[in-house]
Design a protein around this ligand. Sequence first.
Ligand SMILES: NC(=O)c1ccc[n+]([C@@H]2O[C@H](COP(=O)([O-])OP(=O)(O)OC[C@H]3O[C@@H](n4cnc5c(N)ncnc54)[C@H](O)[C@@H]3O)[C@@H](O)[C@H]2O)c1
Length: 272
Amino acid sequence: MAYNLLKGKRGIITGALDENSIAWKVALKAHEEGASFVLTNAPIAMRMGEINKLAAQTNSKIIPADATSVEDIEKLYTESMAHLGGKIDFVLHSIGMSVNIRKNVPYTELNYDYYNKGIDVSALSLHKLLAVAHKLDALNEWGSVVALSYIAAQRTYPFYTDMADIKAMLESIARTFGYHYGMQKKVRINTISQSPTRTTAGGGIKGFNEFYDFANLQSPLGNASADDCANYCISLFSDLTRMVTMQNLLHDGGYSSTGVSQEQLNRLGSPS
Ligand SMILES: NC(=O)c1ccc[n+]([C@@H]2O[C@H](COP(=O)([O-])OP(=O)(O)OC[C@H]3O[C@@H](n4cnc5c(N)ncnc54)[C@H](O)[C@@H]3O)[C@@H](O)[C@H]2O)c1
């Protein structure tokens, strides 16, 4: 059911790789809620061609941009504003990649070239998206920027290796830039800390399926789906959350506040 929550708003949505991507669901819902937006992803991700389907479905333009390149991001904002007919109201940062995770490198033996690459792609890219927007004055007052994070930024999950540090940095950038952009232009910046979700990025993590089940049993409401995450993003892009900024918002079915669930104990053989 749509509520026209984003009617008249202009946006940029990064990270829609295929129909499992969280960003894909956000784009579908933003379209339902009346927004017009540009889709963007790394040029290499375009080769799969999946994004064309989403663009057709949501009547949106695709502008390729490598989120590590300031030049690409400048072009992204300039062309998006020209195409959409004005400044931008919302931006979704839905970008994550760790070569160390992909190659199964243990945390105690991280490859620092891979580590730097992960930082650049997954955390600095948020700073770059914000800094370029700030320089070009590309965002409207009360605009909203959301980036996606994971609870490993606060607590240790061995399989998440360098992405834990990188997500901590991402959340810090959201807070710190949120202060400056809020003071100067009333732009708000938040991170959503999302449950494990079956996507290309999520599924690439060793032991993901077991951990997905663990989190599902631990959360009173179960794991939050990509669709649920998209709904939360839409609420943050809307005017209903105007005073929310500089927050890391846990979207996890209650996982983060649960010490242990009875279901987990039952699995270990403890009677309820
Ligand atoms: N899936 C999960 O379990 C989970 C949980 C919490 C947070 N997140 C976060 O959600 C976000 C979206 O991931 P997803 O799970 O939808 O997976 P996904 O693989 O569908 O999306 C990741 C996207 O990042 C893009 N990307 C990679 N390098 C890029 C670059 N240089 N420039 C521009 N784009 C680039 C990819 O092309 C892809 O579209 C990520 O930040 C991820 O860490 C995921």
